[in-house]
Design a protein around this ligand. Sequence first.
Ligand code: BV8
Length: 233
Amino acid sequence: MDNVYKPRVVVLTGAGVSAESGLKTFRDNNGLWENHRVEDVATPEGFAADPALVYRFYNERRAQLQQPDVQPNPAHKALAKLEQALGEQFLLVTQNVDDLHERAGNQRILHMHGKLLSARCCKTGRAIVWQDDFDDTTECRCCLPGEQMRPDIVWFGEVPMHMDDIIMALAQADVFIAIGTSGQVYPAANFVAMAADSGARTIEINLEPSQQNSLFDEHIVGRAGEVLPEFVA
Ligand code: BV8
């Protein structure tokens, strides 16, 4: 992605932006983690211990995402409109692994926690589009037959993607907007402090105050799908 670090407006989204599309968040009632221990499904150790369980967890989420009634909601569409208006001065950093921002029309997106609809070769780390279900005979299709594939997801204890570009973008942002994230997962939870240190105006749009709420200049409480269309208008 060219000119990724020119943006004046950096937006960080979390699971709350996709909630109104029907995708479960992580920490709300009946969230994703309630049905699974994080250690079992979102760590390299969990994958090594029981790849079939981890494959099932991500197969479930991919199947949910590919349901016909799961579509970009007004929050996604408002962010696509914002990118249209700002062009290179806009950057969307998402913790989400769904493709709803892309389907709404955003292009300047960095998926810092990976993507549900791609897989990664365990040997080479190369990611390829992967729409099918994983199963325990999932074999590598990219290089070495017989090598295992894993979800193209950043698990706990793994380094998030695009960190250099994100740090550079935060260093020169004029505005940082966090939307639909509980601010409980690092390093994303640190982004508001990093943006503020660079002099950016910081805004939180969330259903309830996040763990980082006190660090923001401005707070807008509400559903992203209702607040964002007005905010962007
Ligand atoms: C790393 C897998 C080192 C993808 C996920 C301090 C510093 C650095 C690291 C740590 C640290 N302390 C602890 C750590 C380790 C750890 C961590 O943060 N642990 C936490 C639990 C304390 N972090 C890591 O391991 C990370 N790696 O640090 O490496 C490093 C660091 C920097 C540079 C180099 C090396 C890796 C973290 C990635 C883990 N992977 N998931 C997947 O399966 O999806 S995290 C998981 O949580 C998802 O990715 C999710 O996106 C993310 C954050 O959750 P949210 O998106 O915020 O969702 P949540 O449900 O929590 O909140 C939703 C919010 O929306 C709520 O506030 C709700 O009120 C609101 N909402 C709901 N509906 C709406 C709404 N808002 C608006 N409108 C609505 N309609």
